[in-house]
Write a protein that binds this ligand. Structure first.
Ligand code: PEP
Ligand code: MG
Length: 323
């Protein structure tokens, strides 16, 4: 089985009717790049930079960060690397930073909210990223964007730091894409507006499901509400992808759902361009993509959107995969 998958390492992620998508890997540290490449990853769709901060006893300096980002970009050898800016808070804390006491940390001071408040931390990371941009194909994305104003503020800070570095005589790439994660229902619903300003979307279903279902992703008791295939979620995903495409942007997904064998056919049908997952899921996903027809999956997705429950969607997909 593993051996049979190996031949797919250099194969294209293309459907039987010629529709090509990108299968990428999620990483937490530069060391993970090897695993993505060994599993035929066509890029990095999510670099969770918070580990750089969590595995340190101080806020990592600009130079420390630069080295890590450069290593990942060089390691991927020109393939696309999507780096997520600091996503701390919620369940992820730092020993050297005091978070406010909050009733609901997952609904509180975290990710881009913290970065737009502590712009000193944010600017350091952006400078490190922009400096590293000449070593590969860099895409930067902001986590937990809820409003257009948050995206504008974050992008403006990025542009300021880019300008500053250019003035300092530092070489920077001129093709850095600046996008955002879609993991809050508000931004999925308004995706067509966001797409006028964001270069791309990456759908974070781990959080998008949590916030859509109002079900804490850490709570065992309500884990039955983790239903990425619920038609309500599929509709939010459709809004996001359509919003991107109607503005000439691409849409990816980096939540667990992207590598779920029952989700891949539906996501293909909805038009998802990039699927980012743990490295070991890439080859099995490619095998599925290679076996399906985009046109048939479009019909499957259209049907799925009309169903009532996640179970019904799962049954629909199972029937299609068995054909
Ligand atoms: C997500 O929310 O789906 C995601 C990819 O981010 P994280 O799991 O790191 O919150
Ligand atoms: Mg998330």
């Amino acid at each position: 089985e593993r051996e049979a998958l190996k031949v797919l390492k250099t194969a294209k992620s293309v459907t039987v009717d010629g529709h090509e998508v990108e299968l990428a890997g999620n990483i937490g540290t530069p060391k993970d790049v090897e695993g993505v490449l060994n599993n035929g990853g066509e890029g990095v769709g999510l670099y969770r930079t918070e580990f750089l901060y969590m595995n340190s006893d101080h806020f990592p300096t600009e130079d420390e960060q630069f080295e890590a980002y450069k290593e990942v970009l060089e390691g991927m050898n020109g393939k696309k690397v999507v780096v997520r800016t600091l996503d701390i808070g919620g369940d992820k804390k730092l020993p050297y930073f005091t978070f406010p006491e909050e009733m609901n940390p997952f609904l509180g001071y975290r990710a881009i909210r913290l970065c737009l408040d502590r712009t000193d931390i944010f600017r350091t990371q952006l400078r490190a990223l922009i400096r590293a941009s000449v070593y590969g194909k860099l895409c930067i994305m902001f986590p937990m964007i809820a409003t257009i104003n948050e995206f504008r503020q974050a992008k403006a800070i990025f542009l300021e730091e880019k300008e500053n570095l250019i003035k300092e005589g530092v070489k920077v790439a001129d093709n850095i894409e600046v996008g955002m994660m879609v993991e809050i229902p508000a931004s999925a619903i308004l995706a067509d507006n966001f797409a006028k300003e964001a270069d791309f979307f990456s759908i974070g279903t781990n959080d998008l499901v949590q916030y859509s279902m109002a079900a804490d992703r850490m709570s065992e008791k309500v884990s039955y509400l983790y239903q990425p295939l619920n038609p309500s979620l599929l509709r939010l995903i459709k809004l996001t992808i359509d919003g991107a495409h109607s503005n000439g942007r691409w849409a990816g997904m980096c939540g667990e759902m992207a590598g779920d064998p029952y989700a891949v056919p539906v996501l293909l049908g909805l038009g998802l361009d990039e699927f980012s997952m743990s490295a070991t899921s890439i080859l099995p996903a490619r095998k599925i993509v290679n076996s399906l027809s985009k046109k048939e999956m479009e019909e499957l997705a259209a049907k799925a959107l009309t169903l009532d429950t996640a179970e019904e969607v799962t049954e629909l997909v199972k029937a299609a995969l068995n054909k």
